[in-house]
Ligand binder design. Structure first.
Ligand code: IPM
Ligand code: MG
Length: 361
């Protein structure tokens, strides 16, 4: 029996409905194993702007710091597109990542056998693909200074800075190599070292860190090539190590290999144990409240929380098995419905089915 305090940040758009499903599954697990999960709710993103005028209220960050883990839905809505960029919903997400020092973002791309026909790629290319993307999350061009917009030579000019220090590269590289040691011992470091100074330093530091992991095979790939390789030969990858911006782009691309962006979970970790867990997809405001979106990415994010933050390997496995089982029984949300005989269900029913299955074994 363990007691864990979990901060719940439902956020905007479809965030609340997918988080609700993950909570059903967590409840089933806590009952089965006699754990106590205490949920505390707070605001982030657009809903926080509406109530407090800022996307990340101090109270939210304070609660996060005193929790055992954070479970997040999604942030963002077009209705905030016209706001001052400093208070956009996305700033809340970036702020909490930075505030909790969540520099390591793990995004596992796994192919469910049941969903192979949902993949846009041919079956022989995709079968047995199993990739872990290790994305740097608190540095690079997302946070670099200087940034801004100014008048230069009589016209508006905007700029951002892509910047990484040796220590930032070193700590994320270590996460990638440690991760590879528990998998197939291969790291592909993705950069743009043929053009960018920051990538040349990236490569230099990664090669240095690799010396501590002689068992791990390291290779390097330019990001444009990596984007292409992901669709022509995804099976070659084990761990992909990359920076914040490249990781953002490649993880969306990699996620649909599995059939839908609605399947990809993520864990954001720091050296000091508070982790944040969120689906890789966005807030999809168009689908809000329609009970049509896929909750599996958020449910699998909750499983990652059990595994990475609470060391509950078995409980996490139960959730993964439950997801497979429900897919095997033919239940599909709209995004992954492809074949005759499959049963279309809504967000909430998918949550019930997986919770029920997870509570069983
Ligand atoms: C993600 C998202 C975020 C990011 C946005 C919402 C700020 O796309 O987690 O991949 O760019 O990191
Ligand atoms: Mg993204």
């Amino acid at each position: 029996m363990q007691i864990k305090k979990i901060l719940i940040l439902k956020g905007d758009g479809i965030g609340p409905e997918v988080v609700e499903q993950a909570l059903k599954v967590l409840d089933a697990i806590s009952q089965k194993y006699n754990h106590k999960f205490e949920y505390i709710e707070a605001l982030i993103g657009g809903v926080a702007i509406d109530k407090f005028g800022v996307p990340l209220p101090d109270e939210t960050l304070k609660l996060a710091k005193t929790s055992d883990a954070v479970l997040l839905g999604a942030v963002g809505d077009w209705k905030y597109d016209k706001l001052d960029p400093a208070i956009r919903p996305e700033k809340g997400l970036l702020g909490i990542r930075k505030g909790l020092n969540l520099f390591a973002n793990l995004r596992p791309v796994k192919i469910f056998d049941e969903l192979i026909s949902s993949s846009p790629l041919k079956e022989n290319l995709i079968r047995n693909t199993d990739i872990m993307i290790v994305r740097e999350l608190t540095g690079g061009i997302y946070f670099g200074e200087p940034r801004g917009t100014e008048i230069k030579n009589g016209e508006k000019t905007a700029f951002n800075t892509m910047v990484y220090s040796e220590s930032e590269i070193k700590r994320i590289a270590k996460v990638a190599f440690e991760t590879a040691m528990l998998r197939n011992k291969k790291v592909c470091s993705v950069d743009k070292a043929n053009v960018l100074d920051v990538s040349r330093l990236w490569r230099e530091v990664v090669i240095e860190v690799a010396k501590d992991y002689p068992e791990v095979e390291l290779y390097h790939m330019y990001v444009d090539n990596a984007a292409m390789q992901l669709v022509v030969n995804p099976k070659q990858f084990d761990v992909i190590l990359t920076s914040n911006l490249f990781g953002d782009i490649l993880s969306d691309e990699a996620s649909v290999l599995s059939g839908s962006l609605g399947l990809l979970p993520s864990a954001s970790l720091s050296g000091d144990n508070i982790g944040m867990f969120e689906p890789c997809h966005g807030s999809a405001p168009n689908f809000k409240g329609l009970d049509v979106v896929n909750p599996i990415a958020t449910i699998l994010s909750a499983a990652m929380m059990l595994k990475y933050s609470f060391n509950m390997e078995k409980e996490a496995k139960d959730i993964e098995i439950a997801v497979c089982e429900v897919l095997k029984q033919g239940y599909r949300t709209e995004d992954i419905l492809k074949n005759e005989g499959e049963k279309l269900v809504g967000t909430s029913e998918m949550g019930d089915l997986i919770a029920n299955e997870a509570g069983k074994r």
